[in-house]
Design a protein around this ligand. Structure first.
Ligand SMILES: Cc1ncc(COP(=O)(O)O)c(C=O)c1O
Length: 359
């Protein structure tokens, strides 16, 4: 009847993972990060489910925030990348958006704006990532300027951690020390923690945590971790076998003939490809689950199809279920096989793949 590729999204898992973040960062207010269509999980549906639990939502830009408002989301929404031009400021005020503020040109634009009401701003300190943010030498004076502005309501000082997913990396400690020195004496709430910091760096929790990847049930760490190991996968990305053939010794499979049979092999063709977001970098030999059993990718990922070596597996037939990642195969393991991270796999699942929600 229809191509079987789908991403089943377990909303209870997302809720439980968010509750885990809140329980780890006790006393902190938690922001659910739903940018990039909730990391591919569907921002509107995820936000509808989480709204009773969150202190705010986080998105990258005003377009994402407006889409949430237009779909009935009333919680505050933080623009993590801030605003890009003065014309966004009245929209920010009218919609109760909060904005990151990473540069002094934005301070000037807020000062000069005509706003219907004061806005909440999140001045961002560059504590070492050197991507966005005010320098340590600027933050005190920017804070004083903001507190004196009629256009500004509440102020939360934020920064972003560069290496928190690497448990042994002392960059996190250095960033936190730099942050504490730079903001010393300022009477503002603070926000430092992303998922790996929520899971593993208690000193980063402060008054606000920003919870993204962990909410979707993927560990940010390469190794086991007692908190991350409690996460529940929220996306089960699956499809079906659409053809099976016996391929003889020395025959090849797929584009570039990169898989050559070292013995006669049973090859299943499945209905998924890089146009669905099944990354072309997922390498020959990568894991995949066919009819409940582990199998290996054979050759290159095509646009709409993938070949899998199912030699020796039992009960594989046309229509057999294939799990690309989910409860039986962690997305992190697939990401490793593609030399990438779960973030890119999640956000890459394309619109051709229907999202199916379960509660
Ligand atoms: C500023 C900021 N805060 C929080 C997050 C959430 O990070 P994570 O998905 O690791 O929780 C992101 C994501 O990239 C971000 O850019």
């Amino acid at each position: 009847m229809a191509r079987a590729a789908q991403a089943v999204i377990d909303l209870s898992a997302i809720e439980d993972n968010f509750k885990l973040a809140k329980s780890l960062a006790k006393g902190a207010k938690a922001i659910a990060i739903v940018k990039a269509d909730a990391y591919g999980h569907g921002a509107i549906v995820v936000a509808q489910r989480l709204q009773p639990l969150v202190s705010a939502f986080g998105v990258a830009c005003i377009e994402e925030a407006l889409e949430l408002r237009e779909n009935g989301i009333s919680a505050p929404i933080l623009l993590l990348e801030g605003f890009f031009s003065a014309d966004e400021l009245p929209v920010i005020a009218e919609n109760d958006f909060w904005t990151a503020l990473h540069s002094t040109f934005q301070v000037q634009l807020i000062r000069d704006a005509k706003l219907s009401r004061p806005i909440n701003v999140w001045p961002k300190l560059d504590s070492g990532m050197h991507r966005l943010g005010l320098d340590g030498s600027e933050i005190q004076s920017v804070y004083q300027q903001l507190t004196a502005m009629d256009n500004v309501a509440e102020i939360v000082i934020m920064s972003h951690m560069a290496c928190a997913d690497e448990l042994d990396n002392d960059m996190s400690k250095r960033q936190i020390e730099y942050f504490d020195q730079a903001v010393a004496g300022l009477d503002a709430e603070q926000s430092l923690a992303n998922s790996p910091s929520i899971l593993a760096i208690e000193t980063s929790h402060r008054q606000w945590v920003r919870c993204g990847l962990m909410m979707y049930g993927a560990s940010p760490f390469a190794q086991a971790h007692e908190n991350a190991d409690q996460l529940k996968p929220a996306m089960s990305f699956s499809t079906e076998v659409i053809a099976i053939r016996e391929v003889a010794l020395n025959e090849s499979v797929g584009y570039a003939a990169s898989f050559v049979c070292d013995q006669p092999r049973t090859i299943a063709t499945i209905a998924i490809g890089y146009a669905d977001g099944y990354d072309r970098h997922i390498a020959n030999g990568s894991p995949i689950i066919v009819a409940g059993q582990r199998a290996k990718i054979a050759g290159r990922i095509s646009m709409d199809m993938v070949s899998v070596d199912v030699s020796g597996l039992v009960d594989v037939k046309i229509g057999s279920k294939v799990e690309l990642w989910g409860n039986n195969l962690p997305v992190g393991e697939v990401a490793n096989a593609a030399a990438t991270i779960p973030y890119t796999l999640f956000t890459g699942v394309s619109k051709r793949v229907p999202r199916v929600y379960v509660n």
